[in-house]
Design a protein around this ligand. Structure first.
Ligand code: FAD
Ligand code: FO1
Length: 453
């Protein structure tokens, strides 16, 4: 079975000649259900050449700390073992990514590179520079979206309501099962050295003040286990429980999806198979497919995805009109970071994120909107929300985060609401609204320092 050519984008016009094939892996860090790996193997089988996977470990990545690098590297260690079992070596290269991958291509006489699609600015730069500097064929494969981002739409969509029909129409062609990756019949001439995640973590210049989280086991196997557990026990009640931060009603899959240790297409296939057509599975698939792929659409087509300039015109106008409204409360990033505001609910949500590396989806909206309300300006609010989100969330540094924050602070993918002070037409949320939705006191109790510990 061939990988659907609509998932593949040639980054330079060079055709692959004979010579080894490399999958320069970044976003989709898994063996199973990975269209980029499958396409790299398809190429190598056609050329009858060896195949390797390369991961370039950047010394720093968008405010990532020990917490995120730990989760990622432990997942990569498991990945390298699974690849070895398929006779596909895994090379972890250190230093500046573009330089490292170009050197590897030269030294190992690679003839074709496959890399995975990622709409983030940093990753576009890596891909474009590497494709320009190396004289070999470069192919990009969208292994993250069920409907490839470039295919679903050729422009930035206004909201879920405009992207949904485009995704729905193409879903039957793309929401298909995966062939397994094969044991590769051509040996790579040299063995890759094994790596130890702890040694690597000790050697990186990382912010160690944000500790790894112990509640989740990193890696493809644990991601798959959590998926099966959610399908079994959580999917049926998802619709009823997902907006209640006091109940574990969401799937908890986002760290595995963010690091690509789990395929969203696999999640969709299993959810549809187990409970297709129920209200709950429809609600879940709406988030997993439409909302998530809308975030990639936003980051891909809007180069200001993490700035006020990326907001829709109506929001920019309302922001201009209310820029000088009096702010009743004002906090610095440090005060926000230390959960030192006047609002116990907001502080509890911040503490949940700092201590556990996650925050319930409903509270993320409230959390970001209050940063808008209590910051000097929308620009500062964006900077603070993004920085805190990328520093503490296990699933941060992701298009979902930039789109979620832009939705909360700048009305991206939302509509204009009734005029009010400070927010103008940006949708407003307050703790009264939260009290109508869930047991706020209960949530605060669970996330407040127990006797100052
Ligand atoms: P579930 O409800 O179980 O959903 C399953 C999957 O669907 C999620 O893992 C995610 O991939 C996708 N999904 C669900 N809700 C959304 C959404 N609103 N937008 C896009 N995709 C969605 N998500 C991140 O992955 N990383 C972030 O850094 C992040 N930051 C956010 C910041 C704000 C201000 C807001 C409002 C939302 C943010 N989200 C982020 C989106 C969403 O809140 C999380 O994806 C979700 O809470 C993750 O928990 P879950 O996997 O249990 O979600
Ligand atoms: N991708 C890489 O190719 N190399 C890295 O060193 C790297 C570090 C990293 C740290 C935290 C994090 O959340 C993501 C990281 N990624 C890295 C990228 C990640 O795999 C995703 O591609 C994007 O973050 C999501 O689009």
């Amino acid at each position: 079975m061939k990988v659907d050519p609509r998932r593949i984008h040639q980054l330079n016009g060079i055709e692959a000649k004979t010579g080894a094939v490399v999958y320069w892996m970044s976003r989709d860090q898994r063996v199973a259900d990975n269209w980029a790996l499958l396409y790299a193997q398809q190429l190598a089988l056609e050329l009858q050449t060896p195949l390797a996977v390369v991961f370039t470990l950047a010394p720093a990545f968008l405010d990532a700390t020990l917490r995120q690098y730990g989760f990622m590297l432990r997942g990569l260690q498991q990945l390298s073992q699974r690849l070895a079992a398929l006779n596909i070596p895994f090379f972890l290269l250190r230093g500046e990514p573009v330089e490292q991958v170009c050197r590897f291509i030269r030294e190992k006489r690679v003839s074709a590179v496959v890399t995975d699609f990622d709409p983030l600015r940093i990753k576009r730069t890596w891909r474009e520079q590497a494709a320009l500097r190396s004289e070999v064929a470069f192919h990009e494969v969208d292994a993250h979206n069920i409907v490839p981002c470039r295919i679903a739409s050729t422009k930035q969509e206004y909201g879920a309501y405009t992207l949904r029909p485009k995704i729905r129409r193409l879903l039957p062609e793309f929401l298909v099962d995966f062939p397994p990756a094969r044991c590769h019949p051509h040996d790579w001439p040299s063995a890759a050295e094994p790596f130890d995640p702890d040694d690597l973590l000790n050697s990186l210049q990382l912010d160690r003040s944000v500790a790894e989280v112990s509640r989740l086991t990193p890696g493809e196997a644990a991601g798959c286990e959590l998926l099966l557990e959610f399908i079994e026990n959580g999917l049926d009640s998802y619709e009823a429980r997902r907006n209640d931060p006091c109940r574990e009603g969401q799937s908890g899959l986002s760290p595995y999806l963010h690091f690509g240790q789990l395929s969203a297409q696999r999640v969709a296939l299993e959810a549809a198979r187990a409970a297709g057509g129920t209200v709950s599975s429809d609600a879940f698939l709406e988030e997993l497919i439409v909302r998530r792929e809308l975030a990639d659409n936003f980051c891909w087509y809007n180069s200001d995805y993490d700035r006020v300039a990326g907001f829709p015109d109506w929001a920019l106008r309302t922001i201009a009109e209310h820029r000088h409204d009096r702010r009743e409360y004002l906090y610095s990033r440090e005060q926000f970071e230390r959960a030192a505001t006047h609002d116990p609910l907001w502080n509890a949500a911040q503490r949940e994120m700092v201590t556990t590396g996650r925050m319930h989806g409903y509270l993320r909206m409230y959390w970001a909107k209050k940063i808008l309300e209590w910051s000097e300006s929308p620009e500062e609010a964006m900077e603070i929300a993004i920085r805190l989100n990328d520093r503490y969330q296990l699933d941060g540094r992701d298009p979902n985060g930039y789109a979620g924050i832009a939705w909360s602070i700048g009305g991206v993918h939302d509509r204009a609401w009734g005029e009010r002070p400070l927010f103008g037409k940006i949708r407003y949320m307050n703790d009264k609204g939260c009290r109508r939705k869930f047991d706020v006191a209960g949530y605060i109790g669970r996330h407040t320092e127990r006797n100052g510990s």
